[in-house]
Write a protein that binds this ligand. Structure first.
Ligand code: ATP
Ligand code: MG
Length: 663
């Protein structure tokens, strides 16, 4: 029998374990967690049986070294095994009779722009694109750069690369020509996939024009891209002056439909690279993080299932863009590995107005909704009526990611959006960790504490370290590090294993260094206090920036706050706060006093900011994170040393803040 038929037969004959998607008690969580730590090899092998492999992994499949003094840093999972993640995302569901179930529910810039693609549709389109990539000479291990807005073609292109063992590099379609060129040259892609353009709210974004510029820059830099495949966006056609280079550019709609709708997947070794992705650059130059196939697949599939209580057919929506890790693990791979229906949102959450999110939830009957605190803070300013007039009764699980969520936003999310019915999974993880690390699980047994990322996921051993590298046990505070490897972790940085070792493993040998600080409470719950660099030491008191920001944001007139530490001759450091008010008219001395009193009352006198700097808006990365290193420089008057700001969404904010210093 044909190998694909054999695999499909396994799927329909119930060879796979039907595991429930929730953990039902604290005792169950503890038992499974303990097993995952004591026997990672066995625990993950059992989890991996829920996926399709063309060859099973070796008995001792897991090995790793985290100690820089003991040879190179490496990790491998499922050694000897061969799989294909695109097969696991698509073919398996079609074989199991879910071919006519929606896979993507796409909503465009305007609420009336919609497209539904079933699992069969997506599989056929992925195969066509895979065949086209093969016809262009793309081979296993080659990198393809994707510079696309949120259209179905973006996850389709990711899956098409994965199907033939090529490595995708998604570059968020908001980056400039310079940043794009840098990222194409870094991985030497010969094929780029893009679109004519996109509408972001009322603003057209000329993607093809940016690609043209970037490819010129690549040529100048000595790297030639042979082919640009262009998706035609009818709402945003080619801009005047932007053309087609006949020798290089081809249209998706002319070339892809002609390809065969079947394409045999390439079964790859478990450690074959799947994608590379650059971090958001909040703390320095972006890093080209490399993820591999087998461990990432199992980690993504299993965490999505338990953290979001996901069953095949569930309608799931993450507001993240595929240009970020969340868009990889928890918009594309994780949900499809679980047979979900994914809402793909190609607009901005405040267009045409601030009710868009709740409209989308009502329209598609979204069950799991995953978003970022920055969006919640911007929406909650508009009051509750904008939310409550839409039906949110389909919601079951709410998720938060990207930054610590302050209590005020947490309560609003829980009480107003989720009608107190939906647990909030505050998921702490990173581009480098690939999958969720610390998060509550959505079972009634799991006590929720607003602002706490809570408990480690299976296989994850978080530890708190003192600056000298000693483990802090029990209740306490320290630098968050991870002991022991987990399946979804990044294996290296592209072309720079040395930087991988020195960034993540050299600071504390034997541990993965996260760069974040955290506190553990009496119940063993973890509270992320912010980046280690952002812990401020005022006269010997260690204060997390997140804590002060949370206190400021609790005040009804404060829309958003960002806090940094600046050098102080007596105190060591002092607290410097940037504050955006809901009403800019209120800026002034009186308002400063109100905020200072508020922080004094909520945290204590030692946490009171020395300076409050009015900020009409804050410098954020394109993924919505506040770039505190830039704020620190501005606060200290060192604006000549801002560093890499290419990942800022709007660099003009920085000049505005400099001009408002001392007001
Ligand atoms: P760079 O590494 O280039 O500075 P970055 O760290 O912003 O960029 P990401 O990998 O996207 O890039 O972000 C991971 C970071 O986001 C974490 O280290 C943490 O600081 C923050 N974070 C993510 N989720 C949470 C959460 N639930 N609670 C608190 N912080 C979070
Ligand atoms: Mg980081």
């Amino acid at each position: 029998m044909h190998r694909l038929q054999v695999l499909s037969k396994q799927l329909t004959s119930g060879a796979f374990t039907e595991r429930p998607s929730t953990i039902s008690s604290s005792a169950d969580y503890e038992r499974l967690y303990k097993r995952s730590i004591e026997d990672p090899n066995g625990f993950w092998a059992e989890m991996a049986k829920d996926f399709v492999w063309s060859k099973t992994w070796d008995k001792d499949h897991f090995k790793s070294n985290f100690d820089v003094n003991n040879g190179p840093i490496f990790t491998h999972w499922f050694k000897g095994g061969k799989t294909n993640i695109a097969f696991n995302c698509l073919d398996r569901w079609v074989a199991a009779g879910r071919g006519s179930q929606p896979c993507f529910l796409w909503e465009g810039n305007e609420p009336h722009q919609q497209r539904t693609m079933t699992y069969s549709d997506v599989l056929a389109e992925v195969c066509r694109l895979s065949n086209w990539l093969l016809s262009q000479g793309v081979k296993m291990g080659d990198t393809v750069s994707l510079y696309l807005p949120m259209v179905c073609e973006l996850p389709i292109a990711m899956l098409a690369c994965a199907r033939i063992g090529a490595v995708h590099s998604v570059i968020f379609a908001g980056f400039s020509a310079d940043s794009l060129a840098q990222r194409i040259m870094d991985c030497k892609s010969r094929v780029v996939i893009t679109s004519t353009g996109t509408m972001r709210g009322t603003k057209p974004v000329d993607l093809k024009g940016i690609v043209d510029k970037a490819l010129d820059l690549c040529n100048k830099g000595g790297h030639k891209v042979d082919r640009a495949l262009v998706v035609e966006d009818s709402s945003c056609p080619l801009q005047p002056g932007v053309g087609f280079q006949a020798s290089r550019d081809v249209w998706w709609h002319q070339h892809i439909p002609q390809q065969a709708a079947q394409c045999e997947p390439t079964w790859v070794d478990s450690e074959q690279p799947l994608f590379l992705l650059y971090t958001s650059g909040s703390t320095g130059n972006p890093k080209g993080v490399v993820h591999t196939t087998g461990g990432y697949m199992v980690g993504a599939g299993v965490s999505t299932k338990y953290v979001f209580d996901m069953q095949p057919g569930d309608v799931y929506w993450s507001t993240a863009d595929c240009g970020w890790i969340t868009g990889h693990t928890y918009l594309t791979y994780g949900p499809l590995l679980n047979g979900a229906v994914c809402v793909l949102f190609g607009s901005t959450p405040t267009y045409p107005d601030q009710t868009r999110c709740w409209q989308v939830i009502e329209k598609y009957k979204v069950r799991q909704f995953y978003t970022a605190p920055t969006l919640l803070r911007s929406l909650l300013q508009h009051g509750d009526d904008w939310v409550t007039k839409y039906d949110r009764s389909s919601l079951r699980v709410l998720g938060s990611v990207g930054e610590p969520i302050n209590e005020h936003a947490w309560h609003w999310f829980h009480e107003v959006v989720g009608e107190k019915r939906c647990p909030i999974v505050d998921t702490w993880w990173q581009t480098e960790t690939g999958t969720h690390m610390i998060t509550p699980l959505p079972g009634s047994w799991c006590k929720l504490k607003p602002g706490s990322a809570s408990l480690p996921f299976f296989g994850v051993q978080p530890v708190l370290l003192s600056p000298e590298g000693k483990e802090v046990t029990g209740h306490g505070e320290g630098i968050l590090a991870i002991k022991g490897a987990w399946p979804g972790m990044a294996r290296t940085l592209h072309n720079d294993h040395g930087r991988y070792e020195s960034t993540y493993f050299a600071p504390f040998s034997g541990y993965y260094f996260t760069g974040d600080g955290a506190r553990r409470d009496e119940d063993g719950y973890i509270w992320i206090t912010g980046r280690v660099d952002d812990v401020i030491n005022v006269s010997g008191h260690r204060i997390g920036t997140a804590e002060v920001e949370g206190a400021l944001a609790e005040h009804p007139l404060c829309a958003e706050a960002a806090v940094v530490g600046v050098d102080h001759p007596i105190k060591g450091q002092s607290i410097y706060a940037y504050v955006t008010l809901t009403d800019a008219q209120r800026q002034g001395k009186e308002m400063r006093q109100i905020l200072v009193d508020h922080v004094r009352k909520t945290i204590g006198p030692f946490a009171v900011p020395d300076v409050i700097h009015w900020a009409p808006s804050l410098p954020k990365t394109r993924s919505g994170k506040i770039m505190r290193r830039v704020l620190r420089k501005v606060a200290m008057g060192q604006e000549k040393e801002l560093g890499d700001v290419s990942t800022l969404a709007d660099p003009s904010v920085v000049d505005l803040l400099i001009s408002l210093r001392g007001e």
